[in-house]
Design a protein around this ligand. Sequence first.
Ligand code: TXA
Ligand code: MG
Length: 342
Amino acid sequence: METKLLSLYSQREEALTAAAQTLAEGALVAFPTETVYGLGACADNAEAVRKIFAAKGRPADNPLIVHVATMAQAQALSRSWTPIAQTLARAFWPGPMSLITAAVPSIPAVVTAGLDSVALRMPDHAEALALIRLAGPIAAPSANLSGRPSPVTAAHVHEDMAGRIPLILDGGDCRIGVESTVIDTRGEVPVILRPGQITKEQIEAVCGACRVADGVLTEVTGKALSPGMLHRHYAPRGQATLVWPSAQAQKTLAQLYDMAQSIGLRPVILCAKAMHEAMGARACLVLDEQGDMAHGLFAALRQADEWGFDRVFIQGVDPAGPGLAYMNRALRAAGFDVAGET
Ligand code: TXA
Ligand code: MG
């Protein structure tokens, strides 16, 4: 299959029209959002949604997020829109937050992976919203091959999806660079199933309380609240280790790097600017060039692969506030291989 790339800058109208038509025909379109690129199909077309799982190699038990452009679309997909859902949607939509709510039975089972709940999100991205307005609600996971880092540029999508999908919309770099906060809104208090840029503290400020699910910073086995927690994620091709934040972290990173190099490996350190300065001539990819560490993580993991580094050491940060999303992704990228834990 030939994969077409259309720019949302130089050919916006043509790109959006072609994308809406491709979706209407039951085919897939990759499109930018403020978090990461999504791989979309019309949410009411089971046959089309099945193609998402095939293109990504995604396990069938991992449900998709349905993207909406209006509150009315969200409420029409929910069997029980709770006051918590309403409060959160009001405070943070459009934005990097997916709300788990009871699903109406008309949503195809392939979207929800057979669960009785559905994840809904209104992205804060003008072109994504324009596309949803043209095509209706869009079911979309991140547009990477299953297990690879989420794509934050159209080039990343092309790397993984060329030949597998007919159309990629190029909207440049994603502003946030880490996927949405996923929140279960069905209980007494909101529960964070996957941390993102919107933090526990921000949710507490509007809802009064908020819980973080077990498994956000630990390896989940058996039954998970969110099936995505079970799967291997974000992995670079080189073996990765996370160095836990502590006063010793600088020393640990340098020692691990030097040891790897001494046995003939090509190591790289993924770290903050300040740590880079302390690492001397050692190869580093700086994560916080354009804001927080999470923003640079996925691109750096792909860059490490591309440049042929075969041993990756990732600097940890305090897993509080915005650090929770970063540590959740970094731990998964490292397959929970942690050094320097105190
Ligand atoms: O920012 C984002 O969320 C991006 C953009 C494209 O919107 N999307 C994204 O989708 O990251 P995906 O499929 O890569 O991750 C969705 C996560 C998975 O961990 C999945 O298990 C969880 O949301 N999820 C979806 N529906 C769920 C449900 N009904 N119950 C529990 N977890 C659910
Ligand atoms: Mg994903």
